[in-house]
Design a protein around this ligand. Structure first.
Ligand SMILES: *[C@@H]1O[C@H](CO)[C@@H](O)[C@H](O)[C@H]1NC(C)=O
Ligand SMILES: *[C@@H]1O[C@H](CO)[C@@H](O)[C@H](O)[C@H]1NC(C)=O
Ligand SMILES: *[C@@H]1O[C@H](CO)[C@@H](O)[C@H](O)[C@H]1NC(C)=O
Ligand SMILES: *[C@@H]1O[C@H](CO)[C@@H](O)[C@H](O)[C@H]1NC(C)=O
Ligand SMILES: *[C@@H]1O[C@H](CO)[C@@H](O)[C@H](O)[C@H]1NC(C)=O
Ligand SMILES: [Fe+2]
Length: 467
């Protein structure tokens, strides 16, 4: 169930080069010929600075936040205390306000084989003021810790808002570079859309869950200050019946809470939120999605609820891509594509972000929904109502990059390159958003691929073009 690919086969392309040369392949778009660094594909050692336990008895660690309601007035603050439950209170106050409020967390623990988790706290705070900086504090006395976040503006059509895109992160030196490049990008992301595969703890014997803890400490430097919108990937399944672990997604669901009930979902694995000018739908590639399933029925109802006058930008996140021209994981998203692609076209989804394939790829606006069992129409065609599909599974985990591509490049594939990096989805107004892909080896401001996205509902122009 948990897919691992042939171990540590790196060094296909060796040596440092910052030459950006691009070649055209006759049938399709661009296959980059960028010569990248060798992967640094080992996990960072346990004594690395990024995994340091904060000082003080029972000090809160692995602090992370996500949106806590449907509209962005709520936040879920989560943290782990290692020794005892400790305080379940979050103290919070708006910047320039003397009034401190407090909210209570729930506390839970779980066991996985011979691992017992620390005390995992989740505190949902609702009815915050929009577009306001809040400070918050968790823990007690000299081991208490303070952080801050900024709420989004009230949902509305012309709000600029900047999302970061990260997928398949893991905890290698490359993962650390991805976070560093995101932090130092001059275009400041305000919220991360995370497309699945978090810690890769399942690469260890018995899925050693202490690697879930190290990962939580690793991402804290960003995740405590801005929300990460979570999508579950295959490395979250942690299904290992041989050692008695037969509840799929157990560590993930205990550690990463999402506001799924607010969007009428019955599972944390699929849900949606509205944030500023975007309606973001999160799907689960590894849960039932066929006709009549809970996910299918929920998605159908959710698309009906999308109001493009309120949220012009309609974004879908999933782990396994519908369109990928890499050899590895080829067509794994096909069964879900068959079920859901016609919704995406009917409701004019602007962009679909996926991970899973450890590389970058961007599609043209295409659809492949004409086919039925007798007509033979099984080739993707240009479709102005279709989303752009972006694979961004290039966060930098211990499995390394996938380099083998199907040849020739299919015509639906606009740009593909196997390098680590992150994306920035920068909404300007109801008609225009800019997407940039930042490769880890470049300077912080450099974009290796970019594109103006014209809103599918509001734009007069039918074309997306490369900037
Ligand atoms: C990770 O990146 C941060 C920020 O660039 C740096 O301070 C830290 O030393 C890095 N840690 C490792 C283990 O590479
Ligand atoms: C769990 O079991 C493994 C071997 O099966 C062992 O190496 C490890 O130390 C054990 N961990 C705990 C917390 O007992
Ligand atoms: C932190 O507080 C505890 C309990 O009040 C006390 O025992 C300990 O000495 C303090 N540690 C430091 C470094 O101040
Ligand atoms: C869509 O949102 C707009 C702006 O908030 C609102 O005026 C309109 O009534 C909404 N439409 C529906 C069908 O709810
Ligand atoms: C929307 O943003 C684009 C890109 O920044 C800009 O060219 C356009 O004029 C803006 N539209 C409006 C109505 O402001
Ligand atoms: Fe994956």
């Amino acid at each position: 169930m948990v897919l691992k690919w042939g171990g540590f086969s790196f060094g296909l392309v060796i040596g440092v080069s910052f030459i950006l040369s691009i070649s055209e392949v006759c049938n399709g778009g661009i296959t980059s010929t960028f010569v990248r660094n060798k992967d640094l594909a080992n996990d960072m050692p346990l004594d690395s600075d990024v995994f340091k336990v904060p000082p003080g008895y029972n000090a809160p660690q692995q602090v992370h936040i996500t949106q806590g309601d449907y509209l962005g007035k709520g936040v879920i603050i989560s943290w782990v205390t290692p020794d005892e439950p400790g305080s379940n209170l979050v103290h919070y106050w708006a910047e320039n306000s003397k009034v401190k409020s407090s909210a209570e967390s729930i506390v839970l623990t779980y066991k996985y084989y011979n691992y017992t988790s620390g005390y995992i706290h989740h505190c949902t705070i609702k009815d915050l003021k929009y577009d306001t900086k809040y400070y918050y504090e968790v823990g007690i006395g000299n081991s208490s810790r303070q952080f801050w976040f900024r709420t989004p503006p009230e949902v509305g059509p012309d709000l600029p808002y900047t999302f970061g895109l990260i997928g398949d992160l893991g905890q290698t030196h490359d993962s650390n570079r991805t976070l560093t490049h995101y932090e130092l990008n001059p275009t400041k992301g305000q919220t991360i859309l995370f497309v699945g595969d978090l810690s890769y703890a399942d690469a260890y014997p018995n899925h050693d869950n202490t690697r879930w803890d190290t990962w939580g400490r690793f991402i804290e430097r960003i995740a405590a200050y801005q929300p990460w919108i979570w999508t579950a990937g295959n490395h979250e399944i942690d299904f290992l019946p041989d050692i008695g672990e037969d509840i799929p997604f157990k560590p993930y669901i205990h550690r990463y809470h999402v506001p799924y009930k607010a969007s009428g979902s019955t599972s944390p694995l699929w849900y949606s939120i509205k944030r500023a000018s975007a309606h973001i739908i999160v799907l689960s590639s590894y849960s039932a999605f066929g006709m009549y399933t809970p996910q299918y029925k929920w998605l159908q109802a959710e698309f009906e609820k999308v109001n493009r006058t309120e949220t012009p930008w309609l974004v879908v996140l999933m782990h396994s891509p519908f369109y990928s021209s890499y050899v590895h994981h080829y067509m794994e998203g096909e069964t879900m594509r068959v079920m859901y692609e016609s919704f995406f076209v009917e409701y004019k989804v602007d962009v679909v972000f996926a991970g899973h394939v450890h590389a970058y790829e961007r599609s043209e606006r295409i659809s492949n929904i004409a086919y039925n069992v007798v007509n033979g129409l099984c080739t993707p065609v240009r479709d102005p109502s279709a989303p752009v599909y972006i694979t961004i599974g290039d966060g930098g985990n211990l499995e390394g990059l996938v380099t083998e591509m199907t040849e020739p490049q299919p015509s639906y594939s606009a740009y593909r390159e196997a390098s680590f990096g992150h994306g920035i989805f920068d909404i300007k107004n109801r008609t225009h958003a800019y997407f940039g892909w930042h490769r880890n080896q470049d300077g912080y401001a450099v974009e290796a691929d970019s594109l103006w996205l014209h809103n599918r509902y509001w734009s007069v122009s039918e074309e997306s073009y490369v900037a």
